[in-house]
Design a binder for this molecule. Structure first.
Ligand code: SF4
Length: 409
């Protein structure tokens, strides 16, 4: 059946993703993935280049949508529950593992509803196997990355929301490569399902460790998730909805990261999900932030902090401020004081700061702060009463840490 002639709404069809409008590209010609244009310094890309969409997948829909999807394909709608249990409970996608489905037509049904979306083309390990970075190839050749990090009692997974990123932060490997395209909801969920399958199979960590479930998901891989708004919200629902509708991960274990897309933060606030918001601030003053974070030329530091504070007020979830410490660029004591003052001016107890030693990217002039300077920055913030924790840089030796995801294969 021709998918484009059908009537079931494709949740990816409504282009509400662009929260800040930029002029549309004049050409609608599909651009091969290899021709993603590297942005000029400071150039922002809000609208993903037009490309073919990945095949529709069970995980693109909520349960009602899945029943419609199946009916449209000529199958019994109640199969949605069976297929959902296979995918979200058992992480199964092979027809031979689905013996409760009739043998006749099973292969066709599964290939239509659970088409392969991501092929893992490279896996790299660090931290004695406790950190694993996977590079996935999408249906159109675009590559994205996810990172699994196993700790003593929890597992955090960092996933990508876009292939590339249009925000063009000059210290970030992903941003320098430009925006290839938005990922679909199912492409985001599939990263997590593949990670969960690896954990269940004992392929993350040492053999003697007990298998753990994924407890935390951070949208801190490739891309600005709020610039791919609708698909990212769909992914959050699939992650937190109870089985078999979704993976049943606690919403409190999810972190939505943004570089400061203020209309996106405001829209996200209206969702009233008990999800943590992480704002990548990296500078408390507009003069420097305009240079480090090009989106700041649209929405200034105070606007981003106001939106983050309002998010806290609406959800009760303490906001994380991410601050990559870059040697001699943003690591001055006076900037720690200014940040502390700006956060306190909005209230107490609403925010937590995570300074992050910058992970240098090859050939970049940006590098991490000296340890003494980092410690001074932390102490100055704490002196203002701001809870501050230096974030670890798991995976930095496999380019799996923040600002290093460039999907090299
Ligand atoms: S730091 Fe984040 S928002 Fe900035 S270019 Fe990199 S991935 Fe995009």
């Amino acid at each position: 059946m021709n998918r484009r002639s059908t009537t079931t709404p494709d949740p990816r069809d409504r282009e509400e993703n662009t929260v800040a409008q930029q002029p549309q590209q004049s050409s609608t010609t599909r651009t091969p993935v290899e021709l993603t244009v590297r942005p000029r310094p400071g150039q922002l890309t809000f609208t993903a280049p037009r490309r073919g969409k990945p095949p529709r997948h069970l995980a693109d829909f909520d349960m009602a949508g899945r029943r419609e999807f199946l009916a449209e394909l000529g199958h019994q709608p109640f199969r949605a529950g069976q297929l959902s249990r296979h995918y979200f409970d058992r992480f199964a996608t092979a027809p031979e593992d689905m013996t409760d489905l009739p043998a006749a037509g099973r292969e066709e049904l599964v290939s239509q509803v659970l088409p392969p979306l991501l092929t893992t083309v490279r896996s790299l390990e660090a931290d004695q196997g406790d950190t694993v970075k996977n590079v996935h190839r999408c249906f159109d050749g675009a590559t994205v990355e996810s990172v699994l990090m196993r700790y003593t009692h929890r597992v955090t997974m960092c996933i990508s929301s876009q292939a590339g990123c249009g925000m063009n932060c000059p210290f970030c490997a992903t941003g320098q490569a430009g925006l290839t395209r938005n990922l679909s909801t199912a492409e985001m969920v599939e990263q997590v399902v593949q990670g969960a399958r690896m954990l269940r199979g004992g392929r993350v960590g040492r053999a003697e460790q007990e298998p753990l479930r994924i407890s935390n998901i951070v949208f801190m891989g490739m891309g600005e998730a709020l610039a791919n708004y609708k698909a990212s919200i769909g992914a959050i629902h699939r992650l937190i909805d109870p089985s078999p509708e979704g993976l049943g991960i606690s919403a409190r274990g999810i972190t939505m990261s943004t570089v400061g897309l203020v209309p996106g933060i405001r829209k996200f606030t209206q969702e009233k999900l008990p999800v943590t918001l992480a704002l990548s601030l990296h500078a408390p003053d507009d003069e420097l932030r305009d240079e480090l974070i090009p989106i700041n030329t649209r929405w200034k530091v105070d606007e981003a902090l106001d939106a983050a504070y309002d998010y806290y007020q609406a959800t009760g979830r303490r906001v994380s401020i991410e601050y990559a410490l870059i040697r001699d660029i943003n690591d001055h004591g006076w900037r720690a004081d200014l940040l502390g003052e700006k956060l306190n001016a909005r209230g107490g107890g609403w925010v937590h700061v995570n300074p992050i030693p910058l992970n240098p990217t090859p050939g970049s002039k940006w590098t991490a702060s000296r340890p003494g300077v980092e410690q001074n920055f932390v102490e100055r913030l704490r002196a203002h009463g701001i809870p501050t924790t230096v974030r670890d840089t798991r995976g930095s030796d496999i380019d799996g840490a923040c600002g290093q995801l460039a999907a090299t294969v």
